[in-house]
Design a protein around this ligand. Structure first.
Ligand code: ATP
Length: 235
């Protein structure tokens, strides 16, 4: 039951050169959901996002987005469908200003946020409009990276460890932003190591281990599954 999935991934496999990293990933994301991919270092979470975005050498299986098979599409065609990827390394150009960084990716769909709307979501960025990318804190860089993707018109967001290396107060701000984006109808896959943070934003959690999804835990059932989760994550 429930709505048809916005994204349906089945039997997804991926390779870096000869190295076979994903071995049959299966999961669904419903419209308007926030789901996380949890798992240990090297489990294949980032590779799953890259495979959905089409930015990996070889991938097979199926990834159906809004009813359309994307597994053989080039990344720019996937972006045009409205999928946006914010990599862990954020990709902020240090020599460009905040404003220039925001304007850099083209608008590829209708519905992209205007600069004023982005500043409403991230008021600190407005104060830093003319600052260079290098002068930004890690949290500001993360907000700029998310804001930039919202401008393109993406409505399905792939966020890779947005809280990595950030102070707790900034992590709270990122969490508030993700909840706001969900309220506004965005659908989000979040890669996280920090399941305490994940629990504050997500509807469901998929556990990735050795290139497969081995479990799904609804957020409401996280507490009663905490021992299991600790053993999956090795914490
Ligand atoms: P992490 O939190 O460490 O990023 P992850 O779950 O996101 O963990 P991936 O980055 O997807 O894991 O990596 C999955 C596997 O692929 C690991 O064994 C990793 O060493 C390998 N890998 C990742 N990137 C490359 C690459 N560019 N070339 C070759 N192997 C890679």
């Amino acid at each position: 039951a429930g709505a048809a999935p916005l994204l349906k991934v089945r039997g997804l496999e991926a390779w870096y050169g000869e190295s076979h990293v994903l071995h049959g990933i299966d999961f669904d994301v419903a419209p308007g959901e926030v789901v996380t991919l949890l798992g240990r270092n090297g489990a294949g979470k980032t590779t799953t996002l890259k495979s959905i975005m089409g930015v990996i050498g070889k991938r097979t299986g199926s990834a159906i987005f809004e009813g359309k098979e994307t597994i053989a599409l080039p990344s720019r065609a996937i972006a045009r469908l409205g999928i946006g990827y914010v990599p862990e390394e954020r990709g902020i150009y240090s020599s460009l200003s905040v404003e220039e960084n925001l304007m850099l990716p083209p608008r590829i769909r209708d519905g992209g946020l205007g600069v004023e709307q982005i500043f409403q979501l991230f008021p600190n960025l407005k104060e830093r409009l003319r600052s260079q990318g290098t002068k930004l804190s890690g949290g500001e860089q993360q907000m700029l990276a998310i804001g930039r993707i919202l401008r393109t018109g993406a409505h399905f967001l792939l966020l890779d460890e947005p809280t990595e290396g950030l102070a707790p107060v900034i992590i709270d701000q990122i969490g508030a932003t993700i909840r706001k984006l969900k309220q506004e109808g965005y659908t989000i896959i979040l890669v996280e190591q920090n399941f305490r943070f994940a629990a504050t934003v997500a509807d469901r959690h998929y556990v990735v281990e050795q290139g497969k999804v081995i479990d799904m835990i609804p957020n409401a059932e996280l507490d009663r599954n905490i021992d299991k989760l600790h053993s999956y994550l090795g914490v």
